[in-house]
Design a binder for this molecule. Structure first.
Ligand code: BJW
Length: 246
């Protein structure tokens, strides 16, 4: 990463009318939240693709809830880091949209305004059986959960985390908002492996619609070759550096 790349990105963000940022698990890594993939990304010997599905939950709800309970406990002890804080400040500017894949709520706790949440929240639940009242999510921030696995307060069936698993559709209103936000001057993708769709397709959309595209990541991703500038390094250092130059 060069100083020129940093100052180029800062100048683009400063002069843009519309800036869209999309984050992934890497933005919370410095807060102590494990990422999904890469070193330390596995829980026991399971991959997210083995646990984050409706089929996995139907097969073994206790196992899947054990994973979520462990993650809730981990996240409860974490605090937003400088990357969340910069993005929270930027969210107060007109024309700024933050799209998040993270379910840890650290962007919310940093004070971000008006974000587009693609994959739900660890702190909300719905009814796994889809009972009428349980299709609307409810918030439960208790750590540890008093009942494992937890049940739906409406029908007594299984409760599930209100997150989007593989093979499930994202909320169409959120997808529309995210798609609309790809009509921007600058599209910046931060701390995501750019492997999971439809989120991973947004940077392609933004580029096709004429945005200047940039990536911040400690490693190369499938988006690296596509974007106009790829800044290699930790989000919690690069975002404050860009912010200082604005
Ligand atoms: C740092 C750093 C630091 C570390 N600083 N960086 C098109 C093509 C192919 C497949 C599909 C497709 N369309 C749909 C699919 C299927 C599927 C999919 O994408 N599969 C791929 C794996 C191939 N998608 C879906 O099923 C989606 N649904 C859907 O499309 O519905 C329509 C449909 C239905 C039926 C059939 C077909 C279509 C739903 C996807 C839901 C994803 N859910 C999860 C779990 C959420 C709940 C939970 O948390 O438990 O979301 S999976 C997991 O991956 C989580 C994340 O949000 C998501 C993305 O991961 P992320 O955030 O990028 O994290 P990592 O760990 O992968 O990467 C971290 C990065 O940070 C790394 O690059 C590090 O280098 C970096 N990093 N420290 C900066 N300090």
């Amino acid at each position: 990463m060069t100083d020129t790349a940093l100052s180029d990105l800062a100048a683009r963000v400063a002069s843009a009318r519309r800036v869209t940022v999309m984050t992934g698990a890497g933005v919370s890594a410095a807060s102590g939240v494990p990422t999904f993939r890469g070193p330390g990304g596995l829980w026991r010997h399971y991959r997210p693709e083995d646990l984050a599905t409706r089929q996995a939950f139907a097969r073994d709800p206790a196992l899947v809830w054990e994973w979520y309970a462990w993650r809730r406990q981990t996240v409860a002890a974490c605090r937003p880091n400088p990357a969340h804080e910069v993005l929270a400040r930027w969210s107060r500017r007109d024309g700024h949209t933050l799209i998040i894949q993270n379910v840890d709520d650290l962007h919310v706790r940093a004070g971000t305004r008006d974000l587009v949440r693609l994959h739900g929240s660890l702190w909300e639940m719905t009814c796994f059986n889809g009972c009428e009242r349980g299709t609307r999510s409810w918030r439960d921030e208790r750590v540890p959960l008093p009942e494992m696995p937890p049940s739906c307060p409406h029908c007594g069936g299984s409760a599930r985390p209100a997150v989007v698993w593989f093979g499930e559709s994202l909320d169409s209103a959120d997808v529309n908002r995210a798609f609309n936000a790809t009509a921007c001057d600058v599209f910046l993708t931060v701390g995501t492996s750019a492997l999971v769709y439809p989120a991973a397709g947004l940077v392609h959309q933004a580029r096709a619609r004429g945005a200047f595209t940039a990536e911040i990541n400690v490693d190369e991703t499938p988006a690296s070759a596509l974007v106009d500038v790829s800044l290699r390094g930790p989000a919690e250092e690069i975002l404050p550096a860009v912010d200082q130059l604005i």
